[in-house]
Design a protein around this ligand. Sequence first.
Ligand SMILES: Cc1ncc(COP(=O)(O)O)c(C=O)c1O
Length: 371
Amino acid sequence: MELYREDQSVVLRYAEHLSGIDSAALRRASLREGARILRLPSFHQVDIDVLDLSTLSTTGTFKDWVACVAVARALAAGHRTAAAQSSGNTANALAAYASRTGIRLVALYPPASRRRIHPRLARHPRVDFVEVQAPEKQIKEILHAATCAVGVPALPGAHDQFEGNKLRAYFLRDAARAIGHGWDWHVQAVSSAYGPLGFYRGVAEADPAVPRVAPRFLGVQQEAVTPYACALDGAIAAPEAAMLEPTLFRQSLSSDLIDEMRQVCTRTNGTVRCLPNRHYLKWEPHAIAMLSDVGIMVTHTPDGQPQERAGLYSLAGALEAISDGVIPAGNRVLPVYTGGSGPVTDPYIPEHVVTAQDATPLVERILADAA
Ligand SMILES: Cc1ncc(COP(=O)(O)O)c(C=O)c1O
């Protein structure tokens, strides 16, 4: 059952809360940044509502809100060219929003993310996707060197990540008022954790005068990538574990991110847990069935695998925490479905595949030609 919906744009609806962005630029950038809340069947007497940030968004993930904000800010600042690096979803989102506004975009991604790229977005004449045969850390360095050399912005900045995600707090505040209840737990699968950190910044901003109890945060990390769970929940790193979801990849975190997450968890009595692969795979079919029963259809690849597991991880992590008793009977939980119902796409055939060594000159050349 659907409880609440913003069909068109959460970004435009709450644009007045975005600092330093021209609302005309936001209107020019906005495509569709919708969201809805649906009631799932309860589990061990825990009520579960899902926050669907996938099906009503342009490219199928919550990164559309961030891309809309980042592109609007670049547009307002007069930039005509921008660059990005991403494990796929942010690059797709930026490609959609940059194309809409006429901004020229170069996006770098690692080979493991090729299956994430939407060919239709990557083929846009003002967009170049570059597959770089290097680890994410090195791709970041390449991007940094090229954008500094040519003088174009790297999108999205951390500020845009926080700003785009803080709107979730305004949306959920209004949803809770309309539905008549809030949630005891907010659950998201995390990589850098910009989603929840932005959300909790928004919670603090949305009602500064009213002391209110923010929902407890439960972060979920896949077994192969657990820096937050190690720092906060005593998990032991298992880098040899298979990577089930390449989007959730961030192994090394800045101390600022860890500190902010520690504060969120202390303030809300929350934590970030590791979901072992075996447990995730046990929950996956249940999670897919629960979602499809309420009309959230998970996109599958031709080989029958979910195209995107980050949103499923959030629900699977909630089910695991309920069955472990971490989330007790009588609580109400809100897993965030950050992605998973994007468009079905053909396999992407890359236009540029380069080694780390060749990447910088290629990217600088494309950016310089465009600038
Ligand atoms: C679909 C999806 N869900 C979740 C995440 C995790 O995002 P973050 O940890 O920055 O909140 C990402 C990106 O990394 C994503 O693309």
